[in-house]
Write a protein that binds this ligand. Structure first.
Ligand code: FE2
Length: 325
């Protein structure tokens, strides 16, 4: 890369082509070591200063399937879109509901409004974020412009801790099932704050699946629009809207290119991984002694799309956070 050529904060043409082909893109060193340290320090501060397990509803979040619906669906989860809340590893809670380890080793996830309520996390996606002095680091706004977003909005920010020994697996899924717009428009920004390896449950991806894997089902609020909206929990329901973003490159007929194999994405701390909302991806259990802390948020297109009223996450009073100035 030339010293002065790539002052843009977006993707190079080659990177954009790679993302369009594979449905994900690994960008090393997007976060400086100092930024990584500040985000890890903030994660630990939140655990130590903001989490009181004695008053915690022992909410567990899992994308694991029907058996976990009741856990997913409670009000603590559904009300977290504009708050900082803590979700526990399933294996950190015994059948009687007691937490079996220190709180900093029990939390799976902190979410879902870090990008507004936590200054260090907010800085990652802040509007008109300044580039670093080298001018070479890519910003969410610059990347979103490269991807063609007109009015991207930031939502569902999370620190995911994937704890040593008990960090749960995440089965294959597509992020647009959780943040559905008509037509689908979600992209995930996923930042490694610690090295993610095969041993501690790094992501893996099914390359190209964003072009042929439809959004067939999606997570909806059971009682959307009916009285107490946080009482009914969530469930998976058939998607009756568009199953792909607009574009000739998408469609179930593209499956002829083959389903292929999942490819593991081992990455160093500071790496950004972009994940298309239709891309099938997953991660394995962390059975190692090393944690795997990451920060992720998503963007959706606000202009010309409809954000679905049955999505688990509904806009805060002030609306979803603008990414562009
Ligand atoms: Fe995901």
């Amino acid at each position: 890369m030339g010293a002065t050529h790539h002052l843009s904060s977006g993707l190079t043409p080659a990177q954009l082509a790679q993302f369009n082909k594979d449905g994900y893109l690994i960008l090393p060193d997007v976060l400086s070591p100092e930024t990584v340290q500040s985000l890890l320090a903030e994660t630990h501060r939140l655990l130590h200063e903001e989490l009181d397990l004695s008053s915690h509803p022992l909410t567990k979040f899992s994308t694991g399937g029907a058996d976990d619906r009741e856990h997913v669906g409670d009000a603590y989860f559904l009300g977290s879109g504009d708050k900082i809340r803590f979700f526990l590893e399933e294996d950190a809670v015994d059948p009687e509901g007691r937490v079996t380890r220190p709180k900093e080793r029990a939390v799976n996830k902190i979410g879902h409004y870090l990008h507004e309520l936590s200054a260090p996390f907010k800085a990652v996606s802040a509007t008109e974020q300044e580039e670093d002095e080298a001018g070479s680091r890519q910003t969410p706004a610059g990347i979103a412009r490269s991807l063609g977003y007109r009015d991207p909005r930031v939502l569902q920010s999370m620190a995911i801790l994937k704890q040593p020994e008990i960090g749960g697996a995440v089965p294959p899924h597509q992020d647009s099932c959780f943040l559905y717009t008509d037509p689908p428009s979600a992209v995930g920004f996923w930042y490694a704050l610690e090295d993610a390896t095969l041993e501690n449950g790094c992501l893996s991806f099914l390359p190209g699946s964003h072009r042929w894997a439809p959004i067939e089902k999606r997570l909806v609020r059971r009682r959307a629009g009916v009285g107490d909206e946080q009482a009914g929990g969530t469930e998976m329901a058939a998607n009756e809207g568009p199953r792909f973003p607009l574009g000739d490159e998408y469609g179930e007929d593209k499956k002829g290119e083959g389903k292929g194999e999942y490819v593991a994405g081992e990455v160093k701390a500071g790496t950004l991984v972009l994940i298309h909302g239709n891309l099938l991806h997953k991660s394995e259990r962390n059975t190692s002694q090393k944690g795997r802390i990451i920060y992720t948020f998503h963007i959706i297109e606000q202009e010309g799309t409809a954000y679905d009223g049955k999505n688990w996450l509904q806009p805060p009073k002030e609306g979803f956070t603008k990414l562009y100035a």
